[in-house]
Design a protein around this ligand. Structure first.
Ligand code: SRM
Ligand code: SF4
Length: 549
């Protein structure tokens, strides 16, 4: 087999420039050239079209309604008040109007027309926000435990997210030249020892968890870092590698996988070790078949031991045995909490991560008003929620009144545990890979699941239900107690039996179910669970014990 087409595009791209400038100037189409579609991802954008309108446009012999999705690079998921104001204004000016909080602690905006990309990026740049490497075969947004209340070492860990993100940024100046009209820099400054001219074989993801919380679902990352705290101090990190959720229906050589433990390194050795892991993947990853190119396959090819040795050889740092830690929780801590310095935090429930103004709740108005006070910051969680954060005690009432006024508190406090724990990927109408609905459908399905839970007195159960519109796993549904994976419009594979804290994947239970069958299956399973579970036994563990899958 020879190198994949994307490998050629990367190498010939003159450090990710391609013909993007020319594509942007072409006023005859809303699209960009074929090869630029792969390159624009490295700048944090995707060319998409409105799939709801494909037929209508085709009938009228019109080009598809092309637009662009932009994803911000936001290591650790923090936005200042000033940045939120800019985000709000950009959203209103150039996009569909909805801010989508992603499962990797950042946001996406959809529906940006080609001639609005530059103004969008320029606006972000004025508040020091960028979308560099938010997509493409590079290191993606580095995620870290979101809630500052979780631990006094939160700030220190948060800083590591930023440092890893910066260390693994491509050196090219292309983003600044193409989108911000900046001058060319000398080629020597662009020399990229990490990415060379070939970048990684595939996307690369790093996550950091702060035990006892695993809100980042750390083992689903290519590189999973677990902060080790000894005598109240951060001493280092357990490092696991090779997580990834994606698979392809009908292709048995693809599979989801949780990261395997490599061992512990001291905190001063973390960056060199992560860098070494990245270079092993760069050099050993599959560049012929993109479906088998993620780090998980490289590790399975080399073996965990072989991979560990290669990493140690490159970094000069020897892993010691992984240290003990405990995860107790993966879901967000809603409502008000205070951290060790007395600052207040309100975690708001944002169903499927969509920040918009609806009938019952006006998220956008609320968060904009909060931002205008300048008295709070915004932190995204990997469960697609938002923490209104870092509020001084004297400002708490003012922020609370705003959240109250626009319905944010009511929606957060009244949602059931199963609804608050649920995650859905974007899917239709923008995702080109979607086989079925996800974020537009899951809320309605949850309402029906709530009725079944109530019937069996399980309404307070912290069940995790996740849905994806295809097997790529963006909503991490194969790591849910109950996961739905789209196979065709209205049809889902049902997976059950993962644990509730992110250390065990689920297994396929039934294939191609439509809604009535989904509800019937759940009725039987949950009835059985309510009568035969052990005390406090989570659903996923019950499924395992009873060997249902
Ligand atoms: Fe994802 C591709 C949305 C998190 C695995 N993902 C896509 C694309 C860009 C479709 C495409 O390639 O054209 C989707 C854009 C939809 C749209 O219209 O906006 C998309 N992925 C998302 C988001 C927005 C889902 C969400 O609703 O939150 C998440 C954005 C994360 C971010 O901010 O960076 C998102 N994607 C994930 C995750 C979860 C995670 O990282 O924790 C996964 C599973 C973990 C993993 O990487 O294995 C994930 N996305 C994929 C894959 C499968 C990759 C694989 O190697 O198996 C694809 C398809 C691909 O890369 O070919 C994909
Ligand atoms: Fe699209 Fe599939 Fe990802 Fe959902 S899981 S956003 S359908 S690629």
């Amino acid at each position: 087999m020879s190198e994949s087409i994307v490998e050629k595009i990367k190498k010939q791209s003159n450090h990710l420039r391609g013909t993007l400038k020319e594509s942007l100037l072409d006023e005859h189409t809303g699209a960009i050239r074929e090869s630029d579609r792969a390159l624009i991802k490295f700048h944090g954008m995707y060319m998409q079209d409105d799939r709801d309108r494909r037929e209508e446009r085709a009938e009228k012999k019109l080009e598809r309604l092309y637009s662009y999705m932009i994803r911000l690079r936001l290591p650790g998921g923090l936005l200042t008040a000033q940045q939120w104001i800019a985000l709000h204004e950009v959203t209103n000016a150039y996009t569909t109007g909805t801010i989508k909080i992603t499962t990797r602690q950042t946001i996406q905006l959809h529906g940006i027309l080609k001639h609005h990309i530059k103004p969008t990026i320029k606006n972000f740049d004025t508040v020091k926000l960028d979308s560099i490497a938010a997509c493409g075969d590079v290191n993606r947004n580095v995620i870290a435990g979101a809630h500052p209340r979780y631990s006094p070492i939160h700030e220190e860990v948060f800083a590591y997210a930023g440092n890893i993100s910066r260390m693994l940024l491509p050196k090219t100046n292309a983003y600044y030249e193409i989108w911000l009209d900046k001058e060319k820099i000398t080629p020597e400054l662009e020399k990229d020892e990490l990415y060379e001219d070939r970048y990684f074989p595939r996307k690369f993801k790093v996550g950091i968890a702060i035990p006892p919380y695993n809100d980042v679902d750390v083992f689903t990352n290519d590189v999973a870092l677990i902060a080790i705290i000894e005598k109240n101090k951060l001493t280092g990190f357990n490092i696991a590698a090779g997580g990834g959720m994606g698979m392809t229906h009908g292709n048995a050589s693809t599979y989801p996988r949780l990261a395997s433990m490599l061992g512990f390194v001291k905190k001063d050795d973390l960056l060199e070790t992560v860098y070494a892991i990245a270079t092993v993947q760069r050099d050993f990853g599959n560049r012929e078949d993109r479906k088998l190119a993620r780090l998980k396959y490289t590790i399975d090819k080399l073996g965990v031991e072989g991979f560990r040795k290669e990493t140690e050889k490159r970094s000069g740092i020897i892993f010691s045995e992984g240290k003990k830690y405990v995860f107790t929780k993966r879901q967000d801590e809603y409502s008000w909490h205070q951290n060790h310095e007395g600052l207040f935090y309100y975690t708001a429930f944002v169903e499927t991560g969509r920040v918009y103004d609806g009938e019952n709740v006006q998220f956008k108005k609320a968060f904009y008003e909060v931002a205008k006070t300048g008295k709070a910051q915004f932190r995204f969680t990997c469960n697609q929620n938002i923490i209104i954060s870092d509020i001084l005690p004297e400002n708490k009432n003012e922020i609370e009144n705003i959240l109250q006024k626009f319905g944010v508190i009511a929606i957060t406090e009244s949602a059931s545990p199963v609804r608050r724990n649920a995650i859905a990927c974007v899917a239709l109408n923008t995702c080109p890979l979607a086989l079925a609905e996800s974020q537009r459908y899951l809320p309605a399905l949850i309402s029906k699941i709530e009725l079944i839970l109530k019937k069996y007195q399980l309404e307070n159960e912290e069940l995790s239900v996740r849905m994806t519109g295809c097997p790529n796993g963006c909503g991490r549904s194969v790591a849910a107690e109950i996961g739905f994976v789209g196979t065709a419009l209205g049809k889902y594979n049902m997976h059950i039996g993962a644990d509730a804290i992110g250390k065990r994947l689920n297994k396929l239970y039934k294939e191609n179910l439509e809604e009535p069958a989904i509800l019937d299956e759940l009725d039987v399973l949950l009835k059985d669970f309510s009568t035969n579970r052990n005390e406090n036994e989570p659903f996923g563990d019950y499924v395992l014990r009873k060997q249902i899958v």
